[in-house]
Design a protein around this ligand. Sequence first.
Ligand SMILES: Nc1ncnc2c1ncn2[C@@H]1O[C@H](COP(=O)(O)OP(=O)(O)OP(=O)(O)O)[C@@H](O)[C@H]1O
Ligand SMILES: [Mg+2]
Length: 355
Amino acid sequence: MRVALLANLKKNAPTWEGMSPDHWDDLDSEKTVESIMAALRSRDHEVTFLEGNIELVDSLRKLKLKPDICFNICEGHFGDAREAQAPAILEMMRIPYTGSKVLTLALALDKPMTKRVLAYHELPTPPFQVFERIGEPLDPSLQFPLFVKPSREGTGMGVSAESVVHDETQLRTQIQRVFDRYEQPALVERFIEGREITMGLVGNLVGPAARRMPEDENAPRIFKGLHIFPALEVDMGKYPIEEAGIYTNRIKTELAEDFHYLCPAPLPETLVEDLRWYTAAVFRVIGCLDVARVDFRLDMHDNNKPYILEVNPLPGLNPGYSDLCIEAAAAGWTYEGLINRILDEAIGRYGLETR
Ligand SMILES: Nc1ncnc2c1ncn2[C@@H]1O[C@H](COP(=O)(O)OP(=O)(O)OP(=O)(O)O)[C@@H](O)[C@H]1O
Ligand SMILES: [Mg+2]
């Protein structure tokens, strides 16, 4: 098939004076783009790379032949629904693409909105409050320590040891930092002290669309159609003490090539089963397609109770260090197998294979 790989390369991103040095940390490297292209070509697809920027409509039109499908990993540049922009263009042009659609990408980029949907479905996510102004009083039900992060960033942007705050002064300093640096509301959550787990999956649910989770704990758990990879635990003990046990921006960028993890994570089988179930449930209620990764923390003060931190419908696909690629490898998958499975899931959804 003719596949256009759409991504936002870090090296093509706009720059301006005074921009924060981590501003484009969630964009992709040439290494990732080249690896995905090679993986798709290994299955005889004809692949073209296009930068997912303002020129995308023109560059798609300029192609001699319209692509059959786009492999989309665009994170976007500007706006509070930036990950949804390239897919919105593709829908206007009626070109199929891999992965989640506009609404899900916009929703998942907004952590507070995602948490509201999770809470509606009684899925466990840390209690929280969103601050849009510095002086807003703290909800008395939230007790220190708390965790402060930007509402709409990834790759640990704005996440450091200082994100854990122990009093009003630290809280206000961190909220102000989020406003100044990221120009968006600050998400303040209960600090979940404990192990750091991430769960990746590919596939698509067969059967019921999102509806409220059954109240009956013994109701059947819906997994059909999903392939959930082994749990990955970030081995926090191996990182410098300054990172304070947090999966920080520094660990995800500067230290990314020297990633310390355990996969499969050494967890009791019943806990893994619950994590698998929560992962499938998040995928379902957020409306993900083809691929996703769900991040958790286990509360060490409450018998390792899992808390959902966020869902990533565009998980990193760097073959060397991205969590999803490591998880797939732990399950015996090759990188080519992973990338082409994502493509094939989309091809199947659009019914393209029969043409
Ligand atoms: N409520 C919390 N309690 C404890 N630690 C937290 C909390 N929220 C976030 N963290 C820490 O910060 C890290 C990054 O948070 P989160 O996953 O929300 O951000 P992200 O930048 O979107 O991540 P990604 O790189 O996966 O896109 C978590 O992996 C965890 O280590
Ligand atoms: Mg995360």
